[in-house]
Design a binder for this molecule. Sequence first.
Ligand code: ZN
Length: 442
Amino acid sequence: MPDLRPKALRGQLLSFSDDPQAVGAAASHRHLEDGVLLIEDGRIAGMGEARELLPALPAGTPVEHWPGCLILPGLIDIHIHLPQTQVIASFGAQLLDWLQTYTFVEEQRFADPAHCARIARFFLDELARNGTTTAVVYGSVHPQSVEALFTESARRNLCTIAGKVMMDRGAPPGLLDTAERGYAESKALIARWHGKGRQRYAISPRFAVTSSAAQLEAAGALAREHPDCYVQTHLAENHEEIATVRRLFPAAASYTDVYDRCGLLGPRSIFGHCLHLGEAERRRLSESGSVAAFCPTSNLFLGSGLFDLAGLRDPACPVRVGIATDIGGGTSYSMLRTAAEGYKVLQLRGQSWPALDAFYALTLGNARALGLESEIGTLAVGSAADVVVLEPRATPAMAHRMERGADDLAATLFVLLMMADERAVRASYVMGERVHTTPSGN
Ligand SMILES: [Zn+2]
């Protein structure tokens, strides 16, 4: 059982209440230099100045003090693959070859439930080490992969969204289901896990290259039958992929239209990548409230392209956007490293991404992309106490850099963004319970 006794965390607190792009930097967040976060029953019970709150704490309340550290809501990753933890860093291919050569070989190992359980434990340990407390996860085609992940996630009290991949063509036989079987296995997992504690289900056709029209129809039927489930898939990542989809679905107006015709667009639908979209596609994503997942390390690693954040945010037809690692196309579990590469991608696009915007994206922005902002992504009273503690002087190089001109929040956040990785994650908390600690001075 989690430890639900009241406790307090003390340190620099930062929590967003809105998008800096929408309301301006100053109105977007609350920052306390020496703050206290009160936690009761695994939830945030208050946030205020240490000098005011500390004297009012009931005698004996434990206070975990993190001097010099930033305490933020736990980081959120909206697109990551459980079965690719041993595919990450596989050399020399672009998307379709990479899938065939590495990923489809590795994912076959998830037929074995013991392998699924071992990888699920590693996966959630690694997320905790990186300060990620919620992830939206693709399993393999095997229901046991998702069963293992949800079992481990529930044991740890984590808020996890996941689904078994549906794929009925274009991969080795051991990785294929059928339209009917993908539907039935997904439906059984929904019944078993969706809404159980903090677990939620994502209907997960891998992408249009590996799902027949019949299977995408079946995924759409599932989405209609379970409107509070998520949908996740990949869209417009790579030019060869897009040409293949055009060949496979000649009647569709576009790649996005392939999904749209099956009822797969909507406010709970997350589309990985969205790099090469036409105007009509952006319009449909915007109208439907769908979410585009920016996966910068993956897009760079696989040479897929540069995400057009400003284009997707065009006020005339804004698309909701989140940010994600996409392990194992992505190269780091760290959402900080991910955002740093995101910054560089946008530099290549001639677009500016202030550190405050990036930290908004990693917390409240991604929570909003999932419609979960009342549960995660802020330090607001009532939210789950999923929290990360970041140390801006975690390494000698960071401490050295912080000696110069990093005395305001934006500058400190930018140093963290450019230089930090999991060594800067001093602690991760889930429902108020500390689940990971990195010793100081790594
Ligand atoms: Zn992916």
